[in-house]
Structures are given as structure tokens and as C-alpha cells.
Design a protein around this ligand. Structure first.
Ligand SMILES: NC(=O)c1ccc[n+]([C@@H]2O[C@H](COP(=O)([O-])OP(=O)(O)OC[C@H]3O[C@@H](n4cnc5c(N)ncnc54)[C@H](O)[C@@H]3O)[C@@H](O)[C@H]2O)c1
Length: 473
């Protein structure tokens, strides 16, 4: 399985570009359109096309490809807003990691994080603050092993592409990209450059998620049948708060796309339970969306006349509900709702022939432990905790510690030269509901095929997040 190009035999940017040109594929949007794209409706093109047809492979698989072992991982953070600044602190808390470079066009944000780096006793990082494309200079430095991208969504694809072309492993905040042809381009770039492109899906590292994953693999739920996940998080006040995000970028997506804008937090964990891309795969999605009223009602109640938001028309469904079918016939329900009042929920449920787990609040019902329709106490199953959670009882950082687990484990894999827990195929699969739910809703509930980003390799089972503790950790 180890067919990685050693990272010291660095990929030449020119050779990668030449290969792309020779294949006639290019790297831009619509690169894989051909005649299929010509036949698409305009709204299909907006979401990057249905692209059910698999484009020819340009490189070699990244499945099972380990990182090169290194004693120190040199990290760059691109985008230092709410998320990037918080994640910087976690990189500084993990042993064997050096934060060498930072990038954000807002100089004050970059300087604030740079001060944290030196306060942690590390050398002053290089800082890139000259506009929206300064990340390109950062990625050309030659001393960055891994770039963490925490910028607004529309820049994720271009930054990830630039990282790969410069021989830098890259992790991207959710969603990895917004269009289907961008997802294919990331798969192909990762395969050609021999660098990993990963969706930084922190919820997969939640304590409950990892416990359910281990129990599912041990057969505690029997044969798996169905699961559900969501991003149901009332973001109205944050999306209209001019001081929270760097501009209104997040709200503006509700004027552009109709479907599930943020499927990864719900889809990633259930995909792991069901071993998607590791023995099963997601084959189709059908989505329906409610009317879009929440943001305009919030604006009416809270925003003064003349606020720029009054020029916006919201088309995104307040609640999008999608059903994903897998090759083995299982069903996954995904929900997305960030524009109506409700308590936070990622649903996070899994059911099989022996029973089920449901989160928010956590509860379990499996045979033979439970009967008479009475839910059981999930805390009684702590013995099934993943080794990461047994070792780090009180991890630092936000989101109950799962952010730290993600960073710790990824950095561990890079230091020890291990195969990452998740790869570009997972990134593409977990993100594909963004364009496909939009298309399904636009086409009044027409099912959309989810591409096989592994090009047939999903049939082979292999480890993912249900890892063994490394012997030399
Ligand atoms: N996984 C999670 O739990 C989680 C939580 C919050 C946010 N996020 C994700 O993190 C990302 C950032 O969200 P946020 O809340 O920090 O937003 P934000 O607006 O607070 O921060 C974005 C930052 O990116 C900077 N930026 C914009 N364009 C840039 C460019 N071209 N190069 C470098 N920097 C650039 C902005 O100046 C800003 O500081 C989003 O993708 C969001 O979905 C993930």
C-alpha cells in the first residue's frame, strides 16, 4: 500500500502543471465537463455539474499512503479569524509541532496569533498579510509540511490547490470545496502531487462519535441499517453580527445555494460508522428543502433600515433534509438548519439489527442490554472509548476537546509516518452533498448520483478513524 513518493523527492510544480496540460484536463473549474457539461442546465453548472461520469485517473491512489516520518511538523495557518486563531493554540499545545508561518489579509489578526506563537516559546513565525493571494507566497516557502486552511468557503478550493501544487499537505475546514468538479480536481491533484488533502472534520473525533464507531465495528449494533447526522445550529445572530465573521461571507451563501451548505459535521461520523470508502460507499442523494424564511424574519426583527443585508434575497432552505443511499443499501439522513430557532444538534444516530444509538441527548437501546422500550444510559459504555479519549481525559480547546483530538492525531500521524485517518476521498464524499443537495432541490427532489471518488477502491476494507494506538507514540 505504501506507494508514496518520498516527500524529499519533491514534486516539481512545473511537472504537475505539464501533466495537467498534457492530459488536456487543466485544473480550473469545469475541467471535467466535456460534452456532459455542455448538456447541463445553467443551475447545474452553478453547482459544478452532476458529474456522475468518472473522469479518467491522472495519478495514483492516495489510499493507504503514509506520511514521511519527521521529528517536527512545520505548520502554517491560513485564515486567522475565529477558527484559525483558536486552532493555532491547539497546534501550539501539541508536542513536536512548530507553527512556522501565518497568513491573513487582516494584519492585526495575524499579529495576534504570531504573539501567541512566541509566547509559547517558539521562534517568531513568518507573517503574510498582503492581500487575498499572499498565501501563494507562504506556500512557496519550502519549509511548510502542513497547511491548515480556515478561510471563508469560496477560497478553500484555490488555497488547497495551491498547497498541493507546492508539495504541501493540506487540511481544509468544512466544506472542502463547493462544486463537484472542484472535488474531483482535489482528488486528482492529491493523486498527482502525492500530498494528502484532508477535510478537517473535527466532529469525527468527538468522544461519543468515537465510542459509537468502536461499538459499531465490534458488532454491538448488529448489521448496520441506518444513520443520521446534522448541522442544526442557530447561527442567525452570528451571521448578522458585523463583528463576528470577517464580512458577511457566511450569510451570503444563503443567497446563492439552496441545499445543505455544511454537511460534513453530520455526514463524516456516520460515514465512519458505515465504513464509507472502506467497504461501502455513498451512491445517491435526494434532498428536499423547506421555504427560506428564517433569515429575512430575523432581519425584520433585528436589523436597522439601511443595513447592507436588506439588499439580500435568501434562497437557501431553512431546513434541508437529504437521504443518502449506500451501495450496501443503508440509509443516511442528513439535516441542515442554521436559520431558525432551535437547540444545537448534530443528531448523530446509528441503527442496526441489534439496536440503535441517538445523540442530543445521548441514549442507547441495544439487545440484549435493553428492553421494554426503555432507553439505556450511554455512559455505561465508557469502556468502548477510543484510545485517544482514554489517554486525553480533559483535552484543551473548544467543542468538548474534539478539536484537540483532531490536531493531536493528525500531527501524530505526520510525526510517526502513518497513514492519515482520513483522506481526499473522504473529503470529497463528505462534501459532495453541498452541490448535490442544491441540484436535487432545484430539480424538485430528483435523486443525484454521488460519484465514486475512489474509482472502485471503496470495496476494500481498511482502517480509518478506528485506529490502534501506535506502538511508538
Ligand atoms: N470545524 C469547526 O468546528 C468550525 C468552526 C468554525 C468555523 N469553521 C470553518 O472555519 C472557516 C473560517 O470560519 P471563521 O468562523 O473563522 O470565519 P472568520 O470570518 O472569523 O475568519 C476567516 C478569516 O480568513 C481570513 N481570510 C479571508 N480571505 C483570506 C485569504 N485569501 N487568505 C488568508 N486569509 C483569508 C479573514 O480575514 C478572516 O480572518 C470556515 O470554513 C468555517 O466553516 C469550522
Amino acid at each position: 500500500m505504501n506507494d508514496a513518493v518520498p516527500e524529499h523527492q519533491d514534486v516539481s510544480r512545473r511537472s504537475v502543471l505539464w501533466t495537467a496540460g498534457a492530459a488536456g484536463a487543466g485544473l480550473g473549474l469545469g475541467a471535467f465537463g466535456g460534452t456532459a457539461e455542455a448538456a447541463q442546465q445553467p443551475e447545474e453548472r452553478a453547482a459544478g455539474g452532476t458529474a456522475a461520469k468518472e473522469p479518467p485517473r491522472q495519478g495514483r491512489t492516495m489510499i493507504g499512503v503514509p506520511f514521511q516520518r519527521r521529528s517536527t511538523v512545520r505548520v502554517a495557518l491560513i485564515g486567522l479569524g475565529n477558527r484559525g486563531a483558536a486552532m493555532a493554540e491547539l497546534y501550539l499545545a501539541v508536542p513536536g509541532v512548530q507553527v512556522v508561518a501565518l497568513c491573513d489579509p487582516v494584519k492585526a489578526k495575524a499579529e495576534r496569533v504570531a504573539a501567541k506563537v512566541t509566547a509559547a516559546g517558539q521562534p517568531a513565525p513568518a507573517v503574510y498579510v498582503h492581500g487575498d493571494h499572499d498565501y501563494e507566497q507562504l506556500l512557496r516557502r519550502g519549509d511548510v509540511d502542513f497547511a491548515h486552511v480556515a478561510t471563508p468557503w469560496d477560497s478553500h478550493f484555490e488555497i488547497a490547490k495551491s498547497a498541493l501544487l507546492n508539495g504541501v499537505h493540506v487540511g481544509v475546514e468544512c466544506p472542502a470545496a463547493l462544486q463537484l468538479d472542484q472535488l474531483w480536481a482535489l482528488v486528482d491533484l492529491s493523486e498527482r502531487t502525492r500530498r494528502h488533502c484532508m477535510q478537517l472534520e473535527n466532529c469525527c473525533y468527538g468522544r461519543n462519535e468515537m465510542r459509537v464507531l468502536r461499538m459499531a465495528h465490534a458488532g454491538k449494533f448488529g448489521d448496520l441499517l441506518h444513520g443520521a447526522g446534522a448541522y442544526n445550529h442557530d447561527l442567525r445572530s452570528l451571521m448578522f453580527d458585523p463583528a463576528y465573521y470577517e464580512g458577511p461571507w457566511r450569510r451570503l451563501w444563503h443567497t446563492r445555494l439552496r441545499g445543505d451548505l455544511y454537511p460534513n459535521h453530520g455526514f463524516g461520523p456516520v460515514a465512519n460508522y458505515m465504513d464509507l470508502n472502506r467497504g461501502d460507499r455513498a451512491v445517491s442523494i435526494v434532498s428536499v428543502g423547506s421555504p427560506s424564511l428564517g433569515l429575512s424574519r430575523y432581519r425584520e426583527a433585528n436589523m436597522p433600515a439601511g443595513d447592507p443585508s436588506w439588499k439580500e434575497s435568501y434562497i437557501g432552505s431553512d431546513r434541508t433534509i437529504s437521504l443518502v443511499q449506500t451501495a450496501r443499501g443503508r440509509v443516511i439522513r442528513l439535516e441542515h438548519d442554521v436559520s431558525t430557532p432551535h437547540p444545537y444538534s448534530r443528531i448523530n444516530s446509528l441503527g442496526g439489527t441489534k439496536g440503535l444509538f441517538e445523540d442530543y441527548p445521548e441514549r442507547i437501546y441495544i439487545e440484549p442490554d435493553h428492553k421494554n422500550d426503555e432507553w439505556g444510559d450511554f455512559s455505561a459504555y465508557a469502556e468502548w472509548d477510543h484510545w485517544l479519549w482514554k489517554e486525553h481525559a480533559n483535552p484543551p480547546g473548544a467543542h468538548g476537546g474534539m478539536d484537540y483530538m483532531l490536531v493531536f492525531r493528525l500531527m501524530q500521524c505526520m510525526r510517526l509516518g502513518l497513514v492519515p485517518d482520513f483522506d481526499v476521498y473522504d473529503a470529497a464524499t463528505w462534501t459532495s452533498p453541498v452541490p448535490l443537495s442544491h441540484l436535487s432541490i432545484k430539480q424538485r427532489g430528483l435523486p443525484q448520483q454521488i460519484p465514486d471518488f475512489t474509482r472502485g477502491e471503496w470495496r476494500t476494507s481498511r482502517p480509518g478513524m478506528d485506529s490502534e494506538k501506535p506502538a511508538d507514540a
